[in-house]
Design a protein around this ligand. Structure first.
Ligand code: ADP
Length: 381
């Protein structure tokens, strides 16, 4: 059908704001074909006139490649005018055959299916280690995965992915410079650690952090992804707040050790997501460093940090324990050497993370079946 060809043609054009194609970015609506006349609405909020002009020309060019001689009419509209719908007298004439899901919520990442935040109450509980290994395990399951290092004070993703010293590339999208995530082991990563040394990152405060988070969401050309994992800083703070105001977060995975002191902070961090108006679902809890066994007597478990803390946290959040991961030397070595444990073929580490990924996948699917997207938090001051 010619209509499908037109969709394919428009898919070749990039949205200047997100860097993904116009169809994935849900900028094209109400496509109509009448004889040789092709028309559609194109959302162009916040675009400069020159860029609108370029988009118009590009649309005509691409459509005429698949439909020579077409008279192409691009209606430049805003999200608001599209939401209001066509004027009354025009309504009968609208023979719409394609109505892509209208994303008028302003979601800046329409190309990302699930955004999962990895959170903890305290630092040092293994949150980043879980985030990286989970990302890679989801990739092994066949998903397209990205990881956004939101831990602005102590970015560890570059070290863990062996990317220290790497700098993201730039891509011009209609004259606007966008950042390209860096690919490692088949996943796409972005971190403040790609721009500054960890010591410099510590001086970033509130408003600046908010700005960096926004840039990492809006000024990075993220590809189509099934999962974007966001490694949050520990506790409750500016980055968490920016995140829930910026994006529809599908769910949160809490990481804790079984220890009581880690738990108290983890409950506070979890409660932030469960607050009225925020209401991001808690997908489950990862209890990390659950026990230690030595190679000589693997059946003997030493509960160095106590027992059962993950279950207590999960009960408080009305959720479940997704995995218990013991203390294993190769997990730490993997983090330090830039080859995460899940990639070690003959290690028990791999199995722990693959099982965690299967549990996260299942919880995400369940969550998506029972409720719609999380609402982006609007804070009025
Ligand atoms: P956080 O992000 O919570 O600050 P990290 O992921 O940076 O914590 O982990 C802190 C340290 O603990 C790192 O050196 C990491 O390699 C190590 N680590 C994390 N989980 C484990 C584990 N299950 N076994 C052994 N070492 C671990």
């Amino acid at each position: 059908m010619i209509e499908n060809k037109i969709l394919e043609a428009l898919k070749k054009i990039l949205d200047p704001l997100t860097g993904v194609d116009l169809i994935t970015a849900k900028k094209v609506h109400n496509i109509e074909v009448n004889g040789d006349n092709v028309s559609f609405d194109l959302i162009v909020n916040d675009l400069e006139p020159m860029i609108k002009g370029e988009l118009n020309m590009k649309a005509i060019e691409e459509i005429q490649k698949v439909f020579p001689g077409a008279n192409v009419n691009v209606n430049m509209v805003t999200k608001e005018s599209l939401a209001r719908g066509p004027k009354k007298e025009e309504k009968e004439e609208y023979k719409t055959f394609v109505q892509p899901l209208i994303d008028l919520s302003g979601n800046p990442l329409p190309q990302v299916k699930n955004v999962i935040a990895i959170a903890s109450g305290k630092g040092g509980v293994g949150k980043s280690t879980v985030a990286i290994n989970l990302a890679l395990a989801l990739k092994e399951m066949g998903y397209k995965v990205g990881i956004l290092d939101g831990d602005m004070y102590g970015p560890s993703i570059p070290t863990m992915l062996n990317l220290v010293g790497e700098r993201p590339g730039l891509k011009k999208v209609y004259g606007i410079d966008k950042l390209l995530p860096i690919e490692a082991y088949g996943i796409h990563a972005m971190s403040i650690g790609f721009f500054v040394n960890p010591e410099q990152a510590v001086v970033l405060r509130g408003p600046k952090l908010d700005g960096v988070m926004k840039q990492f969401v809006k000024d990075v050309v993220w590809p189509d992804l099934d999962f974007m994992l966001i490694d949050l800083p520990p506790g409750t703070g500016d980055v968490q707040l920016s995140l829930v105001q910026l994006l529809s977060v599908t769910g949160v995975v809490m990481v804790t050790t079984p220890q009581q002191v880690a738990l108290d902070d983890a409950v506070k961090a979890m409660n932030m997501f469960m607050m009225n108006n925020v209401e991001v679902p808690i997908l489950g809890v990862v209890e990390n460093m659950s026990w230690f066994s030595c190679a000589e007597a693997p059946e003997k478990k030493f509960y160095l940090f106590g027992k059962g803390g993950g279950k207590v946290l999960a009960d408080k959040g009305g959720t479940e324990v997704l995995a218990q991961i013991p203390i294993i030397e190769s997990i730490r070595e993997g983090g330090d050497s830039g080859k995460p444990g899940v990639l070690l073929e003959d290690s028990p580490v791999r199995q722990y993370y693959l099982e965690l990924a299967a549990a996260v996948d299942k919880q995400t699917q369940l969550r998506n079946e029972v409720s719609g997207p999380t609402k982006v938090v609007k804070i009025t001051t």
